[in-house]
Design a protein around this ligand. Structure first.
Ligand code: HEC
Length: 132
């Protein structure tokens, strides 16, 4: 659990110390991210016609997110591959969107924030390139 949240340095250290050390499993869009979006987000972000202007259903989420400009924060991409800190989706999940020129509520709208472990998964997936 703890190891999962810390990638780069910790991963290298683990490799150096013991080849058998459990390396962090790469995050898969299909196995990890799509189900998370479907369960927590797609109820509202269903067709792309709703507020927010994007569908987060697994088949269409990538085309609405990756390298697409956010509506709320001018100049900020929804997902900047390789750069979770510059991805508006992450800001909306962590509640830092206002500080980055965005607006509206922290996501999921009206609900509890996602657990830190889930946000860490999304961050890791974006850091690795936000691949399908
Ligand atoms: C209960 C409905 C609801 C749920 C659930 C919900 N959203 Fe939203 N979302 C909205 C509404 C309404 C807006 C527009 C107003 C706002 O930002 O507060 C929005 C806006 C957004 C935006 C801004 C889009 C842009 O281009 O500016 C992002 C990103 C976003 N949501 C991500 C998510 C994610 C990720 C989840 C799941 C963890 C999620 N939302 C869950 C209703 C919801």
């Amino acid at each position: 659990m703890i190891g999962k949240a810390i990638f780069g340095g910790a991963g290298l250290l683990a490799l150096a110390c013991a080849a058998q050390a459990q390396a962090p499993t790469p995050v898969s869009y299909t196995a990890d991210i799509a189900p998370l979006l479907e369960a927590n987000c797609a109820t509202c972000h269903l067709t792309g016609e709703e507020a927010g202007g994007m569908s987060l259903v697994s088949d269409s989420a990538l085309s609405f997110l990756v390298n697409k400009p956010s509506q709320e924060a001018p100049g900020v991409l929804r997902i900047a591959p390789g750069d979770p800190d510059r991805s508006y989706l992450v800001m909306k999940l962590e509640g830092s969107h206002i500080a980055h020129g965005g607006s509206g509520a922290r996501m999921p709208f009206g609900g509890s924030p996602l657990p830190a472990t889930e946000i860490a998964k999304i961050r890791a997936w974006i850091a690795a390139g936000a691949n399908p």
